[in-house]
Design a protein around this ligand. Structure first.
Ligand SMILES: Nc1ncnc2c1ncn2[C@@H]1O[C@H](COP(=O)(O)OP(=O)(O)OP(=O)(O)O)[C@@H](O)[C@H]1O
Ligand SMILES: [Mg+2]
Length: 631
């Protein structure tokens, strides 16, 4: 009997040791996998460096040529920028990229979402003689772009499965004979890979020297390493072979070294000039909120957050599981769109004021992209992630078989769990970029957290003891939940585990100003742009006036056409100027023009009551229809 006990004891100890060894092996495997991935990334980067002859994180100042000018087209470019596009000044890198394209170079543009990549090929398309070909992956993106350009009076067309015969005929004639006005032609990659007829027309157009440039938008779709790989993008290499003299500009919001290398190879542009902009989105406020364990409470909290913080119909996205009513949202008829993670690349709406994640993303990269749909117009916007540890196992089972899936997941879990580290710093680290100041634009930088140590090991051991004594069996999720309630009990017993948020002295004020509340005049202009957009063939309201333009108008209150032109350019001033000036005239000196401070004070005081009232009365808020059953 004694022997049996001894054997049993040793067996248990051996088994424990085996488990321990297995854990170590797994850790080492994970580490090996991570290192191998980094190794291939570095190799690819090195190759890309050698091939392009330009620095990896090259900014124009570090490339050998100075692309900021002066160039002979400077004044014409400035004129088109302001008077056609209504854009008062360039954003970072835009001028340089435009100059490189205008100089006939192949160019690779890596610029964050909303950075203004479209202008980098649309402006040269107007300045250069002939037709610019733009390849874009999604019909919805193409339609938005064509509609936007048409609203600016630029002859833009698309050749896709939805194009009717008449328009197709017009396009083919324009390509073949140079008849009719055609400046920008959008196609899906399938047209290049599958339509011989189209390619032969393009050939003729080029033969007569009328193919001005080729833009490949969302160029990361070329690479299998990218997140939206599209097989038809792989055949786009034919464009450089067939039209070697035509500059290619490839644009994407994210591209790791590997993806960059891949797409330069696929597109056959090894000597391209590369412009890499920062991943920083200074106008986005990043925040992580503790997620209640009851599903309904999460939804209530999200609804409350939206109604309290965004009472002026500002648009937002809630990422979770449903996918409805996308079109009404784009036209400002719905305030909130609820989407699955598949909803993303097609979003072209610039004035998304908040992106809420009902659940954890699977990696930092995915979160960066999804949250990056907010604030593409450069105005302050919020990204809120609802996190609870119990969501982790569910995600980990989804990513388990992906390359470095777990590692990526743990990175974002760390992002969620830290109460000290700047959220923005986590992005810089992830994308291997030098740190930049957050300016109090994340919860951890805006608030100081008093963190008091809790001995988790003691808490877990005591919890497991309870479980054993009561002969209970627990799943991982139940264990996490129990741990959470234990956490609370220990708090009550005055073990110091509370964290308390205090606004950090200076930056605290910023948190309130982060929300871009529409001023009185902006609200009026917002109404006006909706009216004008539907009068002008149902174009997007932001094609009439962008949020930035509304904001500038409401600050500067121009009272003549000349002054207005300085903000929105000649073309828009001609089209909508009278109505805009009329609206400003009505507003100035009216009762509505009370100081904004008074108005906002009043609003703060009564926001709770109003929010709950609105919850019952508002119809255009889509309440979150989550298919996510809470465990
Ligand atoms: N220099 C500028 N000043 C002000 N607004 C600008 C400027 N350049 C572009 N914009 C505006 O910024 C918004 C986003 O531009 P755009 O759609 O080109 O972004 P993007 O870089 O292509 O982003 P994504 O990766 O999401 O497609 C648009 O509303 C555009 O009009
Ligand atoms: Mg774009």
């Amino acid at each position: 009997m004694e022997t049996e006990e001894l054997v049993m004891e040793e067996l248990l100890s051996v088994e424990a040791e085996i488990q321990d060894v297995q854990d170590q092996i797994k850790t080492l495997f994970d580490r090996q996998e991570k290192l191998e991935e980094r190794q291939s990334e570095l190799r690819a980067l090195l190759e890309a460096c050698k091939a392009s002859g330009s620095p990896v994180q090259g900014s124009p100042s570090t490339t050998s040529e100075n692309w900021s000018g002066p160039f002979q087209w400077d004044s014409e470019a400035d004129d088109v920028r302001l008077n056609v596009f209504g854009i008062p000044s360039y954003r970072a890198n835009q001028r340089e990229i435009i100059n490189a394209v205008m100089s006939g170079k192949d160019v690779l543009v890596i610029m964050a979402a909303g950075g203004g990549k479209s202008l980098c090929y649309q402006l040269p398309a107007i300045l250069r003689d002939g037709v610019a070909l733009v390849v874009s992956p999604l019909l919805s993106l193409i339609q938005d772009q064509v509609m936007g350009l048409t609203a600016l009076g630029i002859p833009a067309f698309m050749l896709t499965s939805t194009t009717n015969k008449e328009v197709e005929k017009f396009i083919y004639k324009a390509l073949e004979k140079g008849e009719g006005e055609l400046k920008v032609l959008y196609v899906t990659p399938e047209k290049i890979s599958k339509s011989k007829r189209f390619m032969s027309k393009l050939e003729k157009c080029n033969h007569q020297g009328r193919l001005s440039l080729i833009a490949i938008d969302e160029a990361h779709c070329c690479s299998q390493w990218g997140h939206d790989f599209r097989p038809d993008y792989k055949s786009l290499g034919i464009l450089k072979t067939q039209f070697p003299g035509v500059p290619i500009v490839a644009l994407t919001a994210t591209a790791t070294g590997k993806v960059q290398y891949d797409l330069m190879e696929m597109l056959r542009i090894p000597k391209c000039v590369k412009f890499v902009s920062t991943v920083n989105r200074p106008n986005l406020f990043y925040k992580v909120r503790e997620k209640p364990s009851v599903g309904k409470e999460v939804i209530d909290e999200i609804a409350e957050f939206i109604l309290e913080s965004y009472s002026n119909h500002e648009s937002g996205i809630v990422y979770c599981f449903s996918r409805k009513e996308c079109n009404r949202w784009s036209k400002n008829k719905l305030q909130v769109i609820v989407g699955t993670v598949a909803f993303g690349m097609g979003i072209n709406k610039p004035d998304v004021r908040f992106v809420i994640h009902h659940s954890l993303s699977k990696s930092m990269e995915t979160y960066y992209q999804e949250s990056g749909r907010a604030g593409r117009d450069g105005l302050p916007s919020e990204c809120v992630l609802f996190f609870r540890p119990a969501d982790v196992p569910r995600q980990s089972s989804m990513v388990f078989y992906e390359n470095s899936g777990l590692q990526n997941l743990y990175d974002i879990v760390r992002y969620c769990q830290t109460k000290r580290q700047c959220r923005r710093a986590a992005f810089f680290k992830h994308f291997s970029e030098a740190l930049q100041d957050c300016n109090g634009m994340c919860d951890n930088c805006a608030f100081s957290n008093e963190i008091i140590e809790l001995d988790y090991a003691v808490a877990i051991v005591s919890l497991l003891k309870d479980v054993l004594e009561n002969d209970q069996r627990l799943t991982m999720l139940q264990l996490v939940d129990k741990m959470k309630s234990k956490h609370k009990q220990l708090g009550k017993k005055a073990v110091k585990i509370e964290t308390c948020n205090k606004e950090k002295s200076k930056t605290a004020g910023d948190v309130k100003t982060v929300k871009h509340r529409l001023s009185g005049l902006e609200s009026k202009l917002d109404e006006l742009r909706k009216e004008l957009s539907s009068n002008h063939g149902g174009i997007f309201p932001h094609s009439v006036l962008s949020s930035q333009q509304m904001s500038m108008i409401s600050t500067e209150k121009p009272n003549s056409m000349e002054e207005l032109e300085k903000i929105i350019g000649k073309l828009k001033a001609e089209k909508y100027g009278d109505r805009i000036l009329e609206e400003i005239g009505k507003f100035v000196g009216s009762e509505d023009e009370l100081p904004e401070i008074e108005a906002s004070k009043e609003e703060e005081g009564s926001s709770d009551k109003r929010a709950s009232k609105r919850l019952k009365t508002r119809k255009n808020v889509v309440l979150i229809d989550s298919g996510d059953e809470e465990p």
